[in-house]
Design a protein around this ligand. Sequence first.
Ligand code: FAD
Ligand code: DHB
Length: 390
Amino acid sequence: MRTQVAIVGAGPAGLLLAHLLRLRGIESVVLERQSRDHIERRIRAGVLEQGTVDLLDEVGLADRLHRERLVHSGLELLFDGTGHRIPLTDLTGRELTIYAQHELVKDLVAAHLAAGGPLLFEAPASAIDPATATVRFQHDGRTRELTADLVAGCDGFHGVGRTAVPADAVTAYDHEYPFSWLGILAEAPPSSDELIYSCHDRGFALHSMRTPRITRLYLQVAPDERLDDWPDERIWTELRARLARDDGFELADGPILDKGITALRSHVVEPMRYDKLFLAGDSAHIVPATGAKGLNLAVADVCVLASAIDEWYRTGRSDGLDGYSDTCLRRVWRVQHFSWWMTTMLHLLPDGDPFARRVQLAQLRYLVSSTAAATSFAENYVGLPLPKGA
Ligand code: FAD
Ligand code: DHB
């Protein structure tokens, strides 16, 4: 098989890249390891920055999103039993969208297939040659090859994209956090109109949502925690304790539809390009979930990449492709810092260091009492503008 751009991975990064290229008249083939059903059900992110939504609008992918999303103009920070609202939209003029990642993936898959694909499911890539832009993959029980002008490694943290780059050609920066998140999706109406980030002596908790009938909730747990040790009643008891407050708030509960544990980590590979291989999204960087940034970063990467590829085909100039990694990494490190900072401010450290706890509370009190501090937080949380030329 031959195409212009081989895209490995049909997550938000790969699917959106295929769409942006198609709009510019550039052909691609997307290879996805999992089945369509699997990727359309996988519960992941839910918070979209306005920049992400504006881009989806511009490229005709946001019709269902506008019908079904929830729009938020603030969030709450809960500590010492009191909730403090940060009015994100008043401070920045920008709003947040709540729309499940797997719903966005459904929209992207539908758009891609309606336009004629090609998108191969159950087609895991096993090797990428960055020099020849060739991808070896399995499909229908056979080993096949896809050759292209360029390859986009959009295959997430556990894909083959990163491993195709020789170890001496990249530097990987890693930071592990001493906790994980236990996340549930529950058939229960949200108990608040906005997200609640709680910094509690028992550990961090987050109240989020998907629809007026579905709540998404997270608990900080130990990194080696096992789901088997968390029967539903224990989860609800812990959530009630960590989201408790002095104003009569009651957490609605209901059947748990999905449960999972995700480690928090920071990871960046530099550069994000090697020869004809370009890494985008989680294959190049992971941020801890606290800032709700991973999906939005993946979108920013492919915006830059699509423009650079377009310029290269139209003019033969490779400035955009040559600058791809540096352009993306500037945003990646800004977001990496913000996500690390927010994580550090809100989670209970395992040794319960009382000094660290007081520093956290001092930071939180400052954030909710200083307009300057709240504005800086809000500007990062709602998302900085997408890079120029995207
Ligand atoms: P992925 O979504 O991981 O897609 C990669 C695709 O490649 C997958 O479909 C995979 O099956 C496929 N693949 C892997 N290997 C191969 C192979 N060898 N061959 C072919 N295909 C392959 N981000 C936010 O912005 N906001 C949030 O609120 C948020 N909350 C989160 C909550 C949780 C619990 C988790 C786990 C993540 C959250 N994130 C959030 C992060 C966000 O989900 C990811 O950053 C996002 O999925 C990255 O998209 P991607 O396309 O780069 O990678
Ligand atoms: C959600 C996930 C996050 O990581 C976050 O910071 C806020 C909300 C969510 O899944 O809704």
